[in-house]
Ligand binder design. Sequence first.
Ligand SMILES: [Zn+2]
Length: 298
Amino acid sequence: MARTKRTRDAVPLRRSCGAMAVHMSLLEQFPAFRARQFQLEQETARRRTREVNLAKLKLATIKVIVHVVHRVPAENISLAQIKSQFKVLNRDYAATNPDRAGVPAPWKGLVTDSRVRFKLAKVTRTPTTKTSFTWDDGVKKTSTGGIPSEQPDKYLNLWVGALGGGLLGYAQFPGGPASTDGVVIHYRAFGTSGTAQAPFNKGRTATHEIGHYLNLRHIWGDTEDCSGSDNVADTPNCAGPNYGAPTFPTITCNNGPNGDMFMNYMDYVDDAAMFMFTAQQVLRMRATIDGPRANLVT
Ligand SMILES: [Zn+2]
């Protein structure tokens, strides 16, 4: 039987995101970031206590600059592949993705249009001698083979290149240092065509990482027990990340009968197995868009 040959730059077998590692490192380095995160958390909590009509949210369009950083021709991904990613983002953030039909009945009512949309403003293309990058932000500096961000207060800067160490992507939470602000995605986990590789070829790595960029946490709260929280009330408490394509219900942390909301974009399942944000996650993202990321929106 033929076995799938995995080349050196193939995508990892299971999802891994560097956002929390970056986040912890930046919080240590920048006390002001910690203070801004605290303030945003308080503002988000205040909103939770108010009646917010999520159906009447203003449309918020975020302009995006895509930085393609390439060593070999395959890494210099096509404009068509970039556009395929935007199609996914605009469906996922509008909750018009066809696979939302797979949301289990008890949670169907939670699926929410964030009223956030994405517009490709510009593509830059930068040759590099680097074989791969990691979450140390090397891709964001010329001196380390990358390209600096451009007006990160006005644009979501999104780097696409080869990532090593099993990473599919990472993002910076709101309120952090401007020069590194943005999202980084593995070129084999970007868009739905070209170099995108199963099981991460449905554009969901960017959906997940932009969730972090808009202040969403992983649904298990980033502890490998039941103590962590994503500070979102309508995602059930759960133990740790789910991988692959789990079966409903998957029960942890006494969260029966429905169990983990593993089909949430902020879990670690395969692209085809994640298809929803909840109402409270949308509220959290919108607090960010009205707060530290207000300048992004025109
Ligand atoms: Zn993540």
